[in-house]
Design a protein around this ligand. Structure first.
Ligand SMILES: *Cc1c(COP(=O)(O)O)cnc(C)c1O
Length: 430
């Protein structure tokens, strides 16, 4: 008499036999051996436990294989929020993506093929940044904006004082606060003025031999309205100590669409000794921290030991250069989208899916830039239940839920993905 459990176990295909099947051979080219084996082992265990028939082990294991070695999923951003922090901020331009691919191999990031010797790391990226902001005598690039601020504060003011207006002691998100960041460098923060009003006299009274720098922070994620005043860079620059302007957004030159947003060129011309900004906000590039300004200060920062701790990697340097030297990146395109064109695309979407209402909808810059500024546009309004289906569908579409409706705003959707949005909406409503 054969024990049925023994018989079942005998019929479970062996690992090496399964590994020989085309589906697992193909998987081994995109996944680690461990990942492929884990799927197989798990299916075999299910057969041993009697949950599946031994005959179905190969199919179950194939189902369990991850589709790719990264589990990050692309998201179509139909929220109308251009720089969406939870969606990884700026999507890169095609030129920047190509640069990433090039930089993923051995590259001459720190080597000169002509002389065969070491060369300044990222020199072409620095040249592109200097060309984009002629008002900067020198530039340096680090891992991110917060890293740039910590590095500048350490190099210029460790053991000394940093003056900053009480109205500019901001939290940048996820519980991280600029005052804490600055104090972590060993500098002392000297708060001046009040939350809503700070004048030049407040700064003047606080400046002394202990002042390492005056920090001017752009409140990039909120607006204070009413009885307010702040001191512009040009006035701060008359006080003596270097003025470091953390503009956050990374706008390099004025943009009429973002009239209230500070930019690097204007801040430098107004007398800022240094400007600090992010690479992946309004500049539309990779995560990076940009430091632009006086060459003596940039050199001090570049040579500080901490600079090595916040060094930009070759992928960042490549993508940043291509963002600066290549065609306008998607963030710029989204911010400057034509109102009529947006309307036409939403009308086309409504017609293609055969339902929903086209409604006026304001997009926003998002992600620490131009707070309070709206970007007029249009959205397709669907029943709220569509939101979850669109999020969990393939491709994944992020929308906005407003007043019990699911809104799709195409401002931050590249026009070439409109067809994919149509298909996703049809699937979600079907
Ligand atoms: C976003 C922001 C930062 C932080 O920059 P990261 O690139 O996110 O590190 C610092 N200061 C201001 C004003 C910002 O808006």
């Amino acid at each position: 008499m054969v024990d049925p459990a023994d018989d079942r176990r005998r019929r479970i295909p062996r690992t090496d036999a399964l590994m020989g099947l085309p589906v697992f051979a193909a998987a081994a080219r995109r996944l680690s051996p461990t990942a492929v084996k884990a799927a197989i082992t798990s299916a075999q265990a299910a057969a041993r436990a009697g949950d599946i028939d031994p005959h179905d082990v190969a199919a179950r294991a194939a189902d369990l294989l991850p589709v790719a070695a990264t589990s990050l999923r692309p998201v179509i951003n139909a929220t109308g929020v251009v720089v969406h922090t939870n969606l990884g901020r700026a999507p890169l331009s095609a030129a920047a993506i190509e640069a990433l691919t090039v930089a993923s191999s051995y590259v001459d990031v720190e080597w000169d093929p002509v002389t065969g010797s070491r060369a300044a790391r990222g020199r072409h990226t620095m040249a592109a940044l200097r060309a984009a902001v002629p008002a900067a005598e020198a530039v340096h690039v680090v891992n991110n904006g917060a890293g740039a601020l910590v590095l500048a504060a350490t190099a210029l003011a460790a053991g000394r004082e940093i003056l900053c207006s009480r109205g500019e002691l901001v939290e940048i998100g996820d519980g991280f606060r600029l005052p804490d960041l600055v104090v972590s460098t060993g500098a002392r923060l000297r708060e001046v003025g009040t939350t809503n009003r700070t004048g030049i006299e407040d700064y003047r009274a606080a400046v002394g031999p202990q002042t390492g720098m005056i920090l001017k922070v752009h409140p990039s994620n909120f607006v204070v309205r009413g009885f307010t005043s702040a001191v512009p860079v040009a006035e701060l620059a008359t006080l003596g100590p270097p003025v470091v302007a953390d503009i956050g957004s990374g706008l390099l030159a004025p943009d009429p669409v973002l009239a209230d947003e500070p930019d690097a060129a204007t801040s430098l011309r107004a007398g800022a000794a240094l400007v600090i900004a992010s690479g992946d906000k309004l500049l539309g590039g990779p995560q990076a921290g940009l430091i632009l300004g006086r060459s003596d200060l940039v050199e001090r920062i570049r040579r500080h030991p901490l600079a090595r701790g916040v060094r930009a990697d070759k992928l960042t340097l490549a993508a940043l250069e291509a963002t600066l030297a290549g065609p306008r990146p998607p963030v710029w395109v989204a911010l400057h989208a034509d109102l009529d064109e947006l309307r036409r695309r939403v009308d086309d979407l409504a017609a293609a899916v055969g339902t929903g209402a086209v409604v006026a909808h304001d997009g926003v810059v998002g992600g620490g830039g131009a707070p309070g500024q709206t970007l007029p546009g249009w959205a397709l309004a669907l029943p709220s239940q569509a939101a979850e289906r669109l999020r969990t569908g393939e491709p994944c579409v992020a929308t906005r839920l407003v007043d019990g409706r699911c809104l799709l705003d195409l401002r931050a959707v590249p026009a070439e993905l409109d067809g994919a949005v149509v298909a996703a909406v049809k699937a979600a409503l079907g």
